[in-house]
Design a protein around this ligand. Structure first.
Ligand SMILES: Cc1cc2nc3c(=O)[nH]c(=O)nc-3n(C[C@H](O)[C@H](O)[C@H](O)COP(=O)(O)OP(=O)(O)OC[C@H]3O[C@@H](n4cnc5c(N)ncnc54)[C@H](O)[C@@H]3O)c2cc1C
Length: 303
């Protein structure tokens, strides 16, 4: 058990024993021992530089791609807030600077306001920019690797790095930067376009999602990566898993690569049920199609 007094003095805020179920998209997850909200990049660097060397550190954005297990997280969970929320547009370079805590939708809206096209795909992804960089988030024909020009990150010792597109080593829902580095901001390329066309594209994306995915549900988005040349949902469907349930965890009827927490007044699924249901789906798909599905959703913390 860590005490806040053992952690480096910072300008930001430490909070002890914070229940994460209130903060994750799935609405599951035990407590974080400590949550640290740094004031700004320098404050985060100070923390990283002076923290105990054996302290477990986790970073989360909007927690839209994660199952936090019921036993919670040891050590310190870092949540980036206001100090990482900047949005700026440089008219000369036509680059948009986005802080790591900016929600993807806000970046898409900002680009639209500036009459800059190419970031509409972000409007339907419910994460923040740090998570989008880590996951090479993408949808509707574009992903972060198509628009990112440069990113900034702090390593585990608090040193700042500027990372080019090549250095990011992006691949499908993955980037090659060490897991313990924290993205603080990035610069995105967009091109001048008509606001009307950009807005119409965002509305089209919103409509398409509403038609094909459970929106406003307790979910983590795509549960499994698409195997090369195949669709995870088709494999799940052909293995007979559509609608499968475990407690209050369910494989979505509408989009069967989505897991749902059927939360109601009586309560909802546990993280263990969601993870077990996902593993059951993997087993069934393996038995029936021979394909090994790989989790896209990150599962973190203690069981
Ligand atoms: C309804 C729904 C629809 C979705 N649709 C899509 C989609 O179309 N396309 C798509 O790609 N994804 C989709 N997702 C998944 C998810 O929204 C994306 O992966 C998103 O980019 C995750 O961002 P986040 O801020 O929520 O990250 P989190 O879930 O908080 O974290 C995800 C990973 O990123 C790491 N991370 C977070 N912030 C940082 C940081 N600042 N520095 C370093 N690492 C960090 C975390 O440690 C973790 O490993 C969907 C999810 C939901 C719930």
């Amino acid at each position: 058990m860590i005490a806040i007094d053992d952690l480096p003095p910072v300008r930001g805020r430490y909070r002890q024993n914070v229940l994460l179920a209130e903060q994750t998209w799935f609405r599951v997850g035990g407590p974080a021992e400590v949550v640290f909200k740094p004031e700004d990049r320098e404050d985060l660097a100070t923390f990283l530089r002076h923290k105990p060397s054996d302290l477990p550190v986790t970073i989360l954005g909007a927690a839209s791609n994660v199952i936090v297990r019921d036993g919670g997280l040891d050590g310190v969970l870092i949540k980036l807030g206001r100090g990482f929320n900047q949005l700026a547009f440089d008219e000369h370079t036509e680059l948009i600077e986005a802080g790591a805590a900016c929600l993807d939708i806000n970046v898409a809206e900002y680009a639209c306001e500036k009459g800059m096209a190419g970031l509409e795909f972000l409007s339907g992804i419910p994460g923040a920019i740090g998570g989008a960089l880590r996951m090479n988030a993408g949808a509707y024909g574009a992903e972060m690797c198509d628009v990112m020009v440069e990113a900034e990150a702090l390593d585990a010792q608090g040193n700042a790095h500027r990372l080019s597109l090549e250095e990011m080593g992006f691949s499908y829902r993955h980037c090659a930067i060490p897991d313990d580095w924290i993205f603080t901001r990035c610069w995105l390329r967009a091109k001048a376009g008509s606001q009307e066309v950009i807005r119409a594209r965002m509305q089209e994306i919103a409509q398409s999602r509403a038609d094909s995915q459970p929106v406003r549900a307790r979910t983590g988005g795509s549960t499994f990566r698409n195997p090369p040349g195949k669709k995870a949902w088709e494999l799940i469907d052909s293995a007979g898993c559509r609608g499968m349930m475990l407690g209050k965890a369910q494989v979505s009827e509408k989009h069967c690569n989505f897991l749902l927490n059927l939360l109601d007044e009586q309560g909802g699924a546990t993280a263990a049920e969601l993870e077990e249901l996902g593993d059951l789906v993997r087993q069934k798909v393996k038995d029936q199609t021979g394909e090994d599905l790989i989790w896209e959703i990150k599962r973190i913390g203690k069981k």
